[in-house]
Design a protein around this ligand. Structure first.
Ligand SMILES: Cc1cc2nc3c(=O)[nH]c(=O)nc-3n(C[C@H](O)[C@H](O)[C@H](O)COP(=O)(O)O)c2cc1C
Length: 222
C-alpha cells in the first residue's frame, strides 16, 4: 500500500444496471452523430464554451499525472490567417507532388483540396501541443505523451460535440509554424489543430465517413 497522501474514493452516482446501460447507449448515440466538418460559418462561439471544453480535456488521465499538454485557443484573425497561409502552402505542395499520389488516393474521399477558407471563418482554432518534459526541464521527461494527449483530445472533441459544435482535426506536417504562431517553446510539439465552430449552411459530409466498423469488428471478448 502506498504511503503517499490520499483521500477516500469519491463514490460515483448509484444506478441500476438498466440505467447504466441506457446512459452508455445514450452517449454512444450522441457521439455517433459527430461528423468532421469542412465548411464553417463565422457564427460566434463564446469563449466560455471553449474554456469548459479545454478544462474537460485537462481532466484526462495522463502518464504519472504529468498532464503533458497545452491548448492554444485562437480567435485572433491575424493568427488564423497566418495558419491558413502556412497550411495551404503545404497542402498545395502536397497536391502538386507526384510522390503524394498514394496519400491522395487514401484521403481523396475525405479531402476538400488545398484551399481551407474555414481556417479563417471558423470562430476558434485550438492547437494542441504535447510536452516532452515537465516545464521544459530535461531532467523531468514526460512519459506516454502521445497516448495522454490523444485521450485529452478525445475528451475535448466529445465536450465540443456535446456543446453542439462542429470540429475538424488537422495534423499539419511539418507543423513548426504552429509553435511560432502560438508563441510556444520549442520543446513543445504541435500535435494537432482542431477547427471549432458551427457548420456552414453549405456543409456536406462525405458518404465514406459514415462507414464505421461495427462492434464485432472493433472488439473481442474473452
Ligand atoms: C489525426 C487526424 C487527422 C486528420 N486530418 C484531416 C485533414 O487534414 N483534413 C481533413 O479534411 N480531415 C482530417 N481528419 C478527419 C478525418 O478525415 C475524419 O475523422 C474521418 O474521415 C472520419 O470522419 P468523421 O470524423 O466524420 O467520423 C483527420 C482526423 C484525424 C483523427
Amino acid at each position: 500500500m502506498s504511503t503517499a497522501p490520499s483521500f477516500p474514493w469519491h463514490p460515483y452516482p448509484e444506478m441500476s444496471d438498466g440505467d447504466r446501460a441506457a446512459r452508455a447507449e445514450g452517449f454512444r448515440d450522441e457521439m455517433a452523430t459527430r461528423r468532421s466538418c469542412r465548411a464553417f460559418s463565422s457564427r460566434r462561439v463564446p469563449r466560455r464554451v471553449i474554456e469548459a471544453a479545454i478544462a474537460a480535456a485537462g481532466s484526462a488521465p495522463s502518464g504519472a499525472n504529468r498532464q503533458p499538454w497545452h491548448f492554444c485557443a485562437i480567435a485572433s484573425t491575424g493568427a488564423k490567417v497566418a495558419i491558413r497561409v502556412a497550411i495551404e502552402e503545404e497542402e498545395r505542395r502536397l497536391y502538386g507532388d507526384s510522390r503524394s499520389a498514394e496519400w491522395l488516393g487514401t484521403v481523396r474521399a475525405y479531402s476538400d483540396g488545398a484551399e481551407k477558407p474555414y481556417l479563417e471563418t471558423a470562430p476558434w482554432l485550438i492547437v494542441v501541443f504535447g510536452q516532452s518534459r515537465a516545464n521544459g526541464d530535461e531532467l523531468l521527461p514526460n512519459v506516454h505523451v502521445a497516448e495522454s494527449v490523444g485521450i485529452a483530445c478525445g475528451l475535448l472533441i466529445a465536450a465540443l460535440h456535446r456543446a453542439g459544435l462542429a470540429t475538424l482535426i488537422h495534423t499539419p506536417d511539418p507543423a513548426g509554424f504552429l509553435t511560432r504562431i502560438c508563441r510556444r517553446p520549442a520543446w513543445e510539439k504541435p500535435l494537432m489543430l482542431i477547427v471549432v465552430g458551427h457548420a456552414a449552411s453549405e456543409a456536406t459530409v462525405p458518404a465514406a465517413a459514415l462507414d464505421k466498423k461495427p462492434l464485432e469488428q472493433i472488439a473481442s471478448w474473452l
